[in-house]
Design a protein around this ligand. Structure first.
Ligand SMILES: Nc1ncnc2c1ncn2[C@@H]1O[C@H](COP(=O)(O)OP(=O)(O)OP(=O)(O)O)[C@@H](O)[C@H]1O
Length: 243
């Protein structure tokens, strides 16, 4: 059976002055898959994400998320749609002045109207999912980098998003901690059947987690395929991604 796309980016163009960042970029993320997007620094990955969530206007092209055309949404509709997307950004970005519990409560209080009991149950479930139930009353500064990343992942998942966007999920972590995060991402994907877009430079991460990959080069979706197919390509431009 043909899988449904949850993100459809078609013929996307975006320039800044004379710098053409995206030039006919295409990407489909299908329900339940782990799609890895690789592109070198400055290739336009962040620009693409900003366009995707309506934070930046596109010059040309169309973007649909969960069947909705981003350009046609009003601000409140866009805000609502964003709650269906969980983000795990580089550097975790937990609120330093809040405890782990408060960090996790934050999106719940902002975007849903749960009872206090339900809120605490969701916080506990989120912490259990990332294997850190005992950190609930700690401050982010009391946690290691890997633990902070796990809490950030718990927070990204707490609204049970349909889509998760991971931006460099393993950057800055030692290889063992990076592997733990990757395993966690895979478990969570299995448990909640989320669709994941994973932006990474980490070839090991891509190998383990991807069902499919897209390589962003010269503003385009230069190549698409499974890790194994792309990794054995003879094209020097594709080979360069796997060094
Ligand atoms: N608001 C902006 N105004 C002008 N130029 C911008 C703006 N945002 C991004 N750019 C330019 O767009 C290009 C792509 O930037 P982007 O941040 O998307 O790269 P990236 O692929 O995310 O890189 P990295 O892997 O280093 O995060 C860069 O040349 C950048 O200078």
């Amino acid at each position: 059976m043909e899988k449904k796309p949850v993100i459809e980016i078609s013929h996307l163009y975006k320039s800044f002055g004379t710098v053409d960042v995206l030039k006919d970029f295409n990407l489909n993320l299908f329900e339940g898959e782990n799609l890895v997007l690789m592109g070198k620094s400055g290739s336009g990955k962040s620009v693409m994400i900003k366009c995707l969530v309506g934070l930046m206007e596109v010059d040309k092209g169309s973007i649909k998320v969960l069947g909705k055309d981003i350009a046609e949404l009003k601000q409140n509709e866009l805000d609502e749609l964003r709650t269906d997307i969980g983000f795990l950004f580089q550097g975790s970005a937990l609120y330093d002045s809040m405890t782990v519990r408060e960090n996790l409560e934050f999106p719940l209080r902002r975007h849903s109207h749960n009872s206090e009991k339900k809120t605490q149950a969701l916080v506990k479930e989120a912490l259990d999912n990332v294997g850190l139930p005992d950190t609930i009353d700690l401050m982010p500064a009391e946690l290691s980098g890997g633990m902070q990343r796990r809490i950030a992942l718990a927070r990204a998942l707490i609204l049970k998003p349909k889509i998760i966007i991971y931006d460099e999920p393993t950057t800055g972590l030692d290889p063992i901690t990076a592997k733990e995060i990757i395993l966690l991402m895979m478990n969570i994907q299995k448990k909640y059947a989320t669709s994941s877009l994973i932006i990474t430079h980490d070839v090991d991460c891509a190998r383990v987690i991807s069902n499919r990959m897209i390589l962003l080069l010269d503003g385009k979706d230069y190549a698409e395929g499974s890790f194994n197919d792309l990794a054995k390509s003879d094209d020097p431009k594709i080979k360069a991604f796997f060094k």
